[in-house]
Design a binder for this molecule. Structure first.
Ligand code: IPE
Ligand code: IPE
Ligand code: MG
Length: 254
């Protein structure tokens, strides 16, 4: 007859509060959250299931960014080119901000997060605008992590829009051509008031920037991962931070 021997378990490690010691944390991290469709395909699910999973996943990165002291997190959620997708997919994506905020806005408020947006907001469906505007208003007095959602954002559109605004002001003589410098042009972009991203992450293995923050990433550090957005988690985020920690930024100097 066999007898059960007592054994000693290793002390349980509470992973939740583990924090890697990192220095040189990027102030502004921008992420191209790509690969929702492929994630779904890999599981035999419709593309929209990937978008839903991707939406739920945003909160992990917000928590991780907060935990490591990132000041601004800009997430590419919908591009000006994404309107090319089938109408049913676009309609589904446009419902996600409301669903996301319904679940996670209380946590964001509790964690002092400020929600902002960049992009051509006016052309979004009214239900999307209302939900997002409500969250922006509710968090406007917070002073913690800025969660900046790029919705209907496209860099070329942004630069063209800035050019037109500048030209109108020049035309009406409220601005002189000689006064336009880089800082001035930056102030006409949606990102006015934000520092440029220090680190740009793209998931899903694609190595391109897809019309995201073209002006602002002039000197950003780039980090690519094959991980699909719905699988991106704190450990992937920390990998990016660790890589960034080793980078030497020279800005053209020596
Ligand atoms: C990113 O995932 C989400 C959006 C662009 C809205 P994709 O939908 O682009 O996923 P893939 O690239 O097709 O896998
Ligand atoms: C970039 O992903 C846009 C977002 C993540 C919102 P896409 O899937 O649209 O980019 P491409 O088409 O592969 O370049
Ligand atoms: Mg994609």
């Amino acid at each position: 007859m066999s007898m059960k021997l007592p054994f000693f378990r290793k002390k349980k490690i509470h992973k939740k509060n583990d924090k890697e010691i990192l220095t040189n944390i990027p102030e502004h991290v921008a992420i191209i959250m790509d690969g929702n469709g492929r994630w779904a395909k890999g599981k035999g699910l419709p593309r929209i299931a990937g978008h839903k999973e991707g939406m739920n996943n945003v909160t992990k990165t917000v928590r991780a960014a907060n935990k490591y002291g990132v000041k601004t997190l800009t997430l590419y959620a919908f591009s000006t080119e994404n309107w090319k997708r089938p109408r049913s997919e676009v309609e589904f994506i446009m419902k996600l901000p409301k669903q996301f905020l319904h679940v996670y806005l209380p946590e964001m408020i509790e964690n002092n997060v400020q929600i902002r947006t960049i992009g051509e907001f006016e052309s979004l469906p009214s239900h999307t605008k209302e939900a997002v505007q409500y969250a922006v208003d509710q968090t406007k007095d917070n002073d913690g992590l800025i969660l900046n959602l790029a919705l209907n954002y496209g860099s070329r559109h942004e630069i063209l829009r800035a050019m037109k605004k500048i030209m109108k002001e020049v035309e009406s003589s409220s601005l002189s051509i000689d006064d336009i410098d880089e800082e001035q042009l930056s102030s006409y972009l949606y990102t006015n008031g934000f520092n440029d991203p220090d680190l740009l992450i793209r998931t899903s293995g694609e190595k391109r920037v897809s019309n995201f923050l073209l002006w602002q990433i002039a000197y950003s550090e780039l980090w690519f991962t094959d991980v699909l957005w719905p699988d991106f988690d704190e450990s992937t985020f920390v990998q990016a931070l660790k890589d960034y920690e080793q980078r030497k930024r020279r800005y053209g100097g020596i």
